[in-house]
Design a protein around this ligand. Structure first.
Ligand code: GRF
Length: 204
């Protein structure tokens, strides 16, 4: 399946997906990395991995979300994309765009949804005093961070954890979880991913 990864920043999840997709039997081909910011660090990483990149600057659309998305859709069409993986993509998508990609767009979020949708998840997890934290891969629906959950990985919150230490341990899990979950979606599977060993949750 021809897959586009949408990014806004450093692109470490993107890099993990690109690396996994190099395996000959991986069911998704990363055919495009699309950024809404020309200064996203992930663009250079993608180029050095030999992946086609494109930028549609959201800033230049000045709040015209439909116009921004139409420009993205044109690039996606031109590249023959049929699956989207959001990886640190920081724009909210309109219900129209989400509907057009229903069943074909996934996202990774740095918390155990439905806890802590939105931003600053690690600081909020610490402030709330949760003992377990982690990341979630979910299908994208029109409400932000609320689509059906495909896979999760959990880690314990340790005494002395800071926002940075927690973020680093969750990110490690993101890089493990996202390639496995994207493979599951790209292969068109419908059995619950939790039943698969590849997505088993490795609590240390
Ligand atoms: C990740 O924590 C991702 O879950 C969140 O934004 C961060 C992006 O990091 N949505 P990166 O660009 O993949 O390194």
């Amino acid at each position: 399946r021809r897959t586009a990864i949408l990014i806004s920043g450093r692109g470490s999840n993107m890099a993990a997906l690109i690396a996994a997709a190099q395996a000959p039997d991986y069911p998704a081909e990363i055919a495009l990395v699309l950024s809404n910011r020309a200064d996203a660090g992930g663009l250079a990483l993608a180029r050095s991995a030999g992946i086609a990149t494109a930028t549609v600057e959201s800033r230049s659309f000045k709040g015209d979300r439909a116009g921004f998305e139409a420009a993205m859709q044109a690039v996606l069409d031109q590249k023959g994309i049929d699956l989207i993986a959001l990886a640190g993509f920081m724009r909210v998508l309109t219900p129209g765009f989400v509907a057009a990609w229903e069943g074909r767009m996934v996202n990774i979020h740095p918390s155990l949804l439905p806890a802590f949708p939105g931003l600053d998840t690690h600081a909020r997890a610490l402030a709330a005093g949760v003992r377990l934290h982690g990341c979630t891969v979910h299908r994208v629906s029109a409400s932000v961070d609320e689509g059906p959950i495909l896979a999760q990985a959990a880690i314990p919150v340790l005494v002395g954890d800071t926002e940075a230490s927690l973020a680093a341990r969750v990110l490690e899990q993101e890089h493990r979880l996202y390639p496995a979950a994207l493979a599951w979606v790209a292969a068109g599977r419908t059995d619950p991913p939790e039943a698969r060993g590849a997505l088993a949750n490795p609590l240390p």
